[in-house]
Design a protein around this ligand. Structure first.
Ligand SMILES: Cc1cc2nc3c(=O)[nH]c(=O)nc-3n(C[C@H](O)[C@H](O)[C@H](O)COP(=O)(O)OP(=O)(O)OC[C@H]3O[C@@H](n4cnc5c(N)ncnc54)[C@H](O)[C@@H]3O)c2cc1C
Ligand SMILES: *[C@@H]1O[C@H](CO)[C@@H](O)[C@H](O)[C@H]1NC(C)=O
Ligand SMILES: *[C@@H]1O[C@H](CO)[C@@H](O)[C@H](O)[C@H]1NC(C)=O
Ligand SMILES: *[C@@H]1O[C@H](CO)[C@@H](O)[C@H](O)[C@H]1NC(C)=O
Ligand SMILES: *[C@@H]1O[C@H](CO)[C@@H](O)[C@H](O)[C@H]1NC(C)=O
Ligand SMILES: CC(=O)N[C@H]1CO[C@H](CO)[C@@H](O)[C@@H]1O
Length: 447
């Protein structure tokens, strides 16, 4: 095994992923600079009441607002499951913080600030510094161009870890005729509060957990909310149980100049607003890999295990691309692996072997009939993936209670979509989690 090497590493972003990267890179002995365009840590969890000038969020010249949070958002995972393994997300006994199991968004931001403080990460972060370009220079190094209030600066690094998040660049549904439809369109990225929808007829497109929450919230002030989704068939059209003014509809067929919206089953309705809850696109406007890493139909690739581009590994890596996962603990696994690989403590397969692995993975997706845009959908195998990384790192695997609690929460969310955050049946798992946390806190000794 080669000797342990300390690298000079640039981390892009100080959200949960960038903080975990900074923590684990430094622990491994690397020098770390974190570039963060905002003035504080937390990324997605920094709520703002501002919206973008283009409410659909598709104008490439618009000033981008990073966060997609809405005012009422509570977590969709219980805090025990959601928190970092190394720093449990326990309700603070002091202060006014929301102690609920599924707390409001502000508590997550406070928690991330606490994490940064606990591990002394603040000194590694350059705030209000946006990375505008990253490219390869000779001798395997990378050049990072950034801008702060004093101007533009170029600096070289041995490695770059990309942690810029992927919930800022809206994806919208294509609707024939919408260009001449006179109503208003907005993407959930720019949804904050229900008030602007008062007395309106709203068509909401999408079927994700935020679509579920936002539709209920808007229905409290709007006249009608129609949830249009590809997963609703023509026959399923119905009033949503418990809501007199929410209807489930199939996907919109077309929009018309007279303000009406046509559905495939012959149903036509006048609408004021279309709200797109249709997700986001991966977007790396600063990254110049000369075409080696691309985003194709929302597949970022080629990447070995969603992290390393074989021909640029290990000096370029991505944290936090998978979705349908528990983010924070997975970031810890990914970052520990990246840190260990960069130091030479852990080795990667050869570039050819990694490429082969990626080809096998892509073929299996194709064989299952999944489009490219599902590449990073890790539904059903996040624990297997994390455990595989844990073995590479010589770290403990996912706690059994966390796995079970994640499953229990998914079942509970399906059973009680409106109340799962306040009613549950996995209290035994909560006790196991806190038992684990207590043991961990009593022998807390970070390296
Ligand atoms: C509406 C919504 C609800 C969610 N609910 C939950 C939940 O309940 N539980 C959960 O665990 N997860 C939830 N998530 C997922 C959430 O995204 C993750 O928890 C986590 O915040 C992702 O962290 P990240 O560091 O990858 O990205 P982000 O938090 O987006 O951080 C990226 C950082 O990079 C910075 N940055 C970007 N580009 C540049 C650049 N060029 N130069 C410098 N800095 C840059 C940004 O300013 C930002 O600070 C939710 C996401 C959304 C959108
Ligand atoms: C938006 O937030 C700012 C400060 O965070 C506050 O001063 C302002 O009143 C808010 N605006 C609205 C419309 O709520
Ligand atoms: C801007 O960045 C440069 C290079 O990193 C640094 O020397 C300078 O102090 C920074 N200026 C401010 C205002 O942060
Ligand atoms: C950074 O490097 C680029 C490419 O070499 C160069 O065009 C640019 O002028 C440099 N910027 C600064 C501030 O040095
Ligand atoms: C994600 O993958 C799972 C399992 O492979 C699949 O059932 C599901 O439909 C996918 N979800 C989305 C939104 O792509
Ligand atoms: C999150 C969510 O609401 N998912 C639903 C999407 O639509 C299918 C089919 O109608 C439901 O089974 C899911 O629960």
């Amino acid at each position: 095994m080669s000797p342990i090497t300390a690298c000079n590493v640039a981390v892009i972003g100080a959200g949960a992923a960038g903080l975990a990267a900074a923590r684990h890179l430094r622990r491994e002995g690397h020098s770390v600079v974190v570039f963060e365009k905002e003035s504080q840590v937390g990324g997605t969890w920094i709520y703002t009441n501002c919206t973008e000038s283009d409410l659909l969020g598709i104008d490439p010249t618009r000033p981008v607002i990073h966060s997609s949070l809405y005012a009422s958002l509570r977590t969709n995972l219980p805090r025990e499951v959601m928190g970092f393994r190394e720093y449990p997300f326990i309700a603070k006994k002091t202060g006014q913080r929301d102690p609920r199991r599924f707390p409001g968004h502000n508590v997550v931001l406070e928690y991330l600030k606490d994490y940064a403080t606990e591990f002394g990460l603040g000194e590694l972060i350059r705030f209000e510094t946006e990375v505008s370009r990253v490219w390869r220079i000779g001798n395997g190094k990378w050049e990072v161009k950034s801008r702060n209030t004093s101007g533009d600066f170029n600096e070289s690094f041995d490695a770059v870890v990309v942690c810029n998040g992927h919930y800022s660049e809206p994806r919208i549904a294509y609707i024939p005729g919408v260009d001449r439809w006179p109503g208003k369109q907005i993407h959930s990225h720019n949804y904050r509060v229900p008030e602007p929808f008062r007395n309106k007829i709203v068509i909401l497109i999408g079927n994700s957990s935020s679509a579920v929450d936002i539709s209920r919230e808007i229905a409290s002030v709007a006249n009608e909310v129609h949830i249009a989704s590809r997963s609703t068939s023509n026959e399923q059209v119905a009033n949503l149980p418990g809501y007199h003014n929410i209807w489930l509809r199939p996907m919109i067929e077309s929009a018309h100049e007279d303000g009406t919206i046509q559905f495939p089953n012959g149903f036509k309705i006048f609408a004021d607003v279309i709200l797109h809850c249709t997700g986001y696109k991966y977007h790396f406007p600063f990254l110049d890999t000369e075409g080696i890493v691309t985003v194709d139909d929302n597949r970022v690739g080629p990447l070995y295990k969603h992290i390393f581009p074989p021909s640029l590994s290990p000096s370029l890596s991505f944290v936090g691309l998978p979705w349908k996962i528990i983010p924070f603990p997975q970031f810890e696994y990914q970052c520990e692996w990246i840190a260990g690989v960069l130091s030479g403590r852990i080795s990667l397969p050869s570039s050819d072997e990694m490429t082969k692995d990626i080809e096998v993975f892509y073929s299996s997706l194709q064989a299952s009939g999944f489009p490219k845009r599902y590449t990073h959908n890790m539904s059903g195998y996040q624990f297997e993936y994390n455990d595989w990384i844990a073995i590479q790192c010589g770290s403990p695997k996912t706690e059994e209670w966390r796995n079970k609690m994640y499953q229990a929460t998914s079942l509970n969310r399906n059973k009680r979509p409106d109340t799962y955050r306040d009613e549950w049946e996995d209290e035994d798992l909560v006790l196991q989690a806190y038992h684990d946390f207590t043991c961990q806190m009593s022998c807390k000794q970070y390296s």
